[in-house]
Design a protein around this ligand. Structure first.
Ligand SMILES: [Zn+2]
Length: 310
C-alpha cells in the first residue's frame, strides 16, 4: 500500500516533465502580437491530394509530402505553431522523426519561425534559396528584404544546422518525390514557390506551394529604382507571371486566407469529394490579385516620388 502513493507521485512527476520542458523551450517561445494569435489557431490536418497533406495551423500553411523514403515538410509557421504542427503530423499517422527535409518559402517569422524546433525534433535537412538560407541562419530579415526595417521586432529562432541551398529550377528528390524550386522574388529577395506532382493511382496532379506575392514593406523601401538598387518592380512582375504560368491543379498559398485555401479547408472538412483543392484557375487568380496589389503599390511610389520633386 505504501508503494502506491509513491508510484503515483513518480508518475505525476514524470507526466509533468514534458509540460515544464515545453514551457521552457526557447525554440517554441511564442512570438507575441495580434497576427500570431489570429493565425495560430488549431486546424484539423487532412489529405490535400495523393501523398500531399495539410498539417499547418488555421492561419499559416505547413504541407507534408510522403515519399517512399520519408517525409518532406514545407514551412514551420510560428515557433508556437510547432506543437500543433507536430500533433497534426502524428494525427495523420506519420512520425516527426521521418521528416528528411524541411523546405522554406521565405525567411520571415510567420513561415520560418518554427523551423529551428522542427529541425531539432526531426533531424531533417533544412532547404531554402541562397538568400532564404541566409535569413534562416540570421533569424531575421536579410538587409535587402523589403521588411528589413522591421527586423528588430520580427526575430525568430535561427536555424543552427547547415541549410542546403536550391536555386531557381533546381529539384530536390526524395524517393519517388521531386520538388522543384521556383524563384519568386518580390515579397522577400529569396522568396521561393515550390511545385511537385501528387499522384492517386494513375492520376497525377500538379501541386503549387505558392509563396507570398505581397508587396508589403517597411517605411522607406521602394520597389522602383533608388540610390541603393535598380528597378525591382519588373523583377517582381516576372515572379507574378511565373506563378500564373505554372502547371497548377492545386494551389496551397503560404497564407491560407490569401488564395482561398482557408475556404477549401473548411469545405474539405465537410466533404472530401469532389476534392475542393482541385482548382485549375487558383494559381492564375492568386497571381492576378498580387499583380493588382503591386500596381497599386507602384502607383503610390510614383505619386510619392512626384510629390517629392515638386
Ligand atoms: Zn512574409
Amino acid at each position: 500500500m505504501k508503494h502506491i502513493p509513491l508510484a503515483a507521485l513518480a508518475f505525476a512527476l514524470l507526466a509533468a516533465i514534458p509540460a515544464v520542458a515545453a514551457a521552457a523551450d526557447p525554440l517554441t517561445k511564442p512570438i507575441p502580437g495580434d497576427g500570431p494569435k489570429r493565425w495560430n489557431r488549431p486546424q484539423t490536418p487532412m489529405k490535400i491530394h495523393g501523398d500531399t497533406y495539410y498539417v499547418g495551423v488555421a492561419g499559416l500553411s505547413a504541407v507534408l509530402i510522403r515519399s517512399d523514403e520519408g517525409l518532406i515538410l514545407l514551412d514551420g509557421a510560428l515557433p508556437q505553431s510547432v506543437p500543433m504542427i507536430e500533433a497534426n503530423i502524428r494525427r495523420l499517422g506519420f512520425k516527426v522523426e521521418d521528416i528528411k527535409y524541411i523546405l522554406n518559402s521565405h525567411a520571415h517569422f510567420d513561415h520560418a519561425g518554427g523551423i529551428a524546433a522542427l529541425q531539432r525534433d526531426s533531424g531533417a535537412v533544412v532547404v531554402a534559396s541562397p538568400s532564404g538560407a541566409q535569413g534562416l541562419k540570421l533569424g531575421h530579415a536579410v538587409t535587402d528584404d523589403p521588411q528589413a526595417g522591421y527586423a528588430k521586432e520580427a526575430t525568430w529562432p535561427p536555424v543552427t544546422t547547415e541549410v542546403r541551398e536550391l536555386r531557381d529550377g533546381e529539384t530536390l528528390r526524395l524517393g519517388n518525390v521531386a520538388v522543384t524550386a521556383h524563384d519568386t522574388f518580390g515579397h522577400t529577395p529569396g522568396s521561393t514557390t515550390w511545385s511537385w506532382k501528387s499522384c492517386e493511382g494513375d492520376r497525377c496532379l500538379d501541386v503549387v506551394y505558392a509563396d507570398s506575392l505581397n508587396s508589403i514593406s517597411a517605411p522607406g523601401f521602394h520597389y522602383l529604382a533608388d540610390a541603393t538598387h535598380g528597378d525591382l518592380a519588373e523583377r517582381f512582375r516576372s515572379s507574378i507571371r511565373k506563378v500564373a504560368a505554372l502547371p497548377c491543379d492545386i494551389l496551397i498559398s503560404v497564407h491560407p486566407d490569401v488564395g482561398g485555401v482557408d475556404g477549401k479547408l473548411r469545405q474539405a472538412e465537410k466533404h472530401a469529394e469532389p476534392n475542393p483543392f482541385v482548382d485549375a484557375q487558383a494559381c492564375r487568380v492568386y497571381a492576378e490579385h498580387a499583380g493588382k496589389l503591386l500596381d497599386a503599390r507602384i502607383a503610390e511610389e510614383k505619386a510619392a516620388a512626384a510629390k517629392a520633386t515638386r
